[in-house]
Design a protein around this ligand. Sequence first.
Ligand SMILES: Nc1nc2c(ncn2[C@@H]2O[C@H](COP(=O)(O)O[C@H]3[C@@H](O)[C@H](n4cnc5c(=O)[nH]c(N)nc54)O[C@@H]3COP(=O)(O)O)[C@@H](O)[C@H]2O)c(=O)[nH]1
Length: 825
Amino acid sequence: MLMAAVFALGLLIQVFSMVLDGYGSHLVMQNLAFHGAIEMAGAVIAAMVAYLLLRLNTIGKGSSFNYPIAAALLAMGGLDSLHALMSSGDLFVWLHSLATGVGGLLFALIWLPPHVLQAKQHHAPLGAILLAIVLGALSILFSEQIPHMLEAGRFTTTAVTLNIGGGLLLLAAAAKLLQTYRVSAKPEDLLFLFQCIILSVAALTFAYSSVWDWPWWGWHVQRLAGYSLALWLIVQTAKKIELQTRMSNRRLQQQIEERKRVESQLRIAAIAFETHEAIMITDANADIIRVNHAFEVITGYSAEEVLGKNPRILSSGQEEAGFYAQMWKHLLENGSWSGEILDKRKNGQIYPKWLTITAVKNRDGETTEFVAIFSDITRRKQAEEEIFSLAFYDALTKLPNRRFLLERLQQSLVASSRNHHYGALLFLDMDRFKILNDTLGHDHGDLFLIEVAKRMQHSVRDMDTVARIGGDEFVILIEEIAPDSHDALQKAAMIAEKIRLALARPYHLNDKEYRSSPSIGVCLYRGEQESVDDLLKHADMAMYQAKESGRNAVRFFDPAMQLAVENRAALEAELRHALPNGQFQLYYQVQLDSQLRALGAEALIRWAQPQRGMVSPAQFIPIAEDSSLILEIGNWVLETACKQLAAWSTRELTRDLSLAINVSAQQFKRQDFVQNVSAMVERYQISPSRLKLELTESVVLSDVSDVIGKMHALKAVGINLSLDDFGTGYSSLSYLKQLPLDQIKIDQSFVRDITSNIDDATMVQTIISLANHFNLNVIAEGVETEEQLHFLKQNGCMAYQGYLLGRPMPIDEFETSLQQLAAAN
Ligand SMILES: Nc1nc2c(ncn2[C@@H]2O[C@H](COP(=O)(O)O[C@H]3[C@@H](O)[C@H](n4cnc5c(=O)[nH]c(N)nc54)O[C@@H]3COP(=O)(O)O)[C@@H](O)[C@H]2O)c(=O)[nH]1
């Protein structure tokens, strides 16, 4: 399009110049220097186009006729530049016309048969330059001999003929280029086709002009424009080619790098293939196609011996039936399989190996190969066995050691909780073993222990565990004895007796006879109610009982004791669910003054256990105290009591009542205990003096200085403190003096016989006078009879609590009883 436009513009200029020439010849410009500049520019551009063409030719690009076109442009440019240097005249027109004629001739050379053209064409550019030089030089040297080119300012027939001839030759070249372009579709062929047409039109229209007229100038402009267009387009081509070249260079570079990478990967793969692990590659039919050196070393087969064979030649035949089917199933489903397997070497030796098989798939997901990597793990297995043996077996007797036993026992407890069978633990100690060691020496001692171990193993089933846990201490674990406790007891007794008899037989140690006997302690277990440590302790305790009973005996861990232990364990397990399941309640027991008016109450916890019914705190508080459960329970009691005090503070009848709660030692020992109580008082906006904490002597005497500090801190908050169960412990009077107490509580054990036992009566009188002396309030608990109340009143007791005055009861009942009491007063 662009070229057509320039061509049209050239024609327009030419026509316009002719029209202009017809109507305004007086405007004709006769500037030789300007003409020279245009011609020179045209010649330089033609040379540049020729140069670029020849450059493109070196990379097989450009027009189909790079050489002849470059030659034509160079000859035209050369002669035109000589023409530009001439002053107007015959030589001036001759050189110009010669440029057109020679240029046309050289362009037309493209019609030569291809084989002729290709044979000679690379000399054409140089030949064209020489031709231009020779023709130019001859023309200048023999300027007198050249034909007349101008007559009265117009061109002679010679000049016209030369130009029209050149123009026709250029047209002929254009025709060849058109023909060629149809086949090659090269834009450069099209470019020079237009170039030829422009130059041809310029040459043909030349005949209708004369020197310095407007058509003549139009011709120059058109030719310059044609050259410039050719230059611009050829530069674009060169750029495009350069870009393509750069891209293809980059592609080439990438290909080189990719190739290098692949080569490096292949190198790595080759090195990796020759690793210390055996590698075997099979095709999709599992026929071996490649193995590495490690394979040969481990299996004993050379590559040649196994290639093309199925890997089953390596199998030991020791794997269970169905093993390989399972393996292949897993491999095909998951793409890989790993595991330990027993294989056979060429020499028949069976060895363990760790094998990983991976299926290699192609892009379509079809398995093409299988890669098996394996290592001989014989040494590792031996080391593991050795380590296991050292860690879990006794070196002397080869019996399991304590560690093994503990693990086994733990597993057994778990199993027992599933199958509900009883198991038995027998703790054995050989009587007088120390004497044997000291008298006969350690060698004999060792022989003796080995013999003991053997006899024990022969006395029990294979599934039972005989362990040596110390010098002459053995433990036998007998699992799944019976589901019923009675049967289990019977059977365990029978087994223990059998073992006792076996071990009591004489020993022949290096021809010396030696007599010994065992002391055997037995305990039964079922489920996981007791820990492994507790069970061992129980069996050990029973063994001591056997020793104490005169040795060579079997003793059972007291079943009653065992029952209590089991019960306690069960209770603890259930207690853990009590709080989250909301099974606790607070009961309230009234506390009265000497006029029998309600002073307040003591909050006493109750546990409504769904299966057991109401469980006494005397039963579960000690269990909770042995675990950290008491902290959660204590906190719940504190919060519930504070909530109750807050509720009471809104009613006339209950506004002035105080509420006492029991605080356990663990709870009181907590660093944040005081903060916790203060925060609770704050949260429920209660008057702190209404809250009374009952501390037992055991709390107070545990860490006196810490306790006194905390008690002062609680007093500073305004909390009341009462010393519970007073008189039952070992309260020192000096401590009593230091403690910031508000009240002491006479323990119910003194009150119970107050009217019949003079000692208890004296004790109560002493406590009351002591309280008076220290300016403390005193309350008696456990008041059950009028007589007790009368005695206490007469001896100056200030407050009372007991079944006579009111039992602990739920809040609703308690509040009703309060109303009744108020009405009675
Ligand atoms: N740490 C916590 N301990 C608590 C809490 N609630 C209770 N307890 C302690 O449990 C023990 C048993 O308590 P309980 O069964 O509630 O017995 C109390 C009263 O019911 C009982 N009592 C009261 N009056 C009489 C009576 O006239 N006769 C009689 N036989 N018993 C009576 O005495 C117990 C009150 O004891 P005390 O605390 O010493 O005032 C008991 O040690 C409780 O302390 C708790 O929330 N936390």
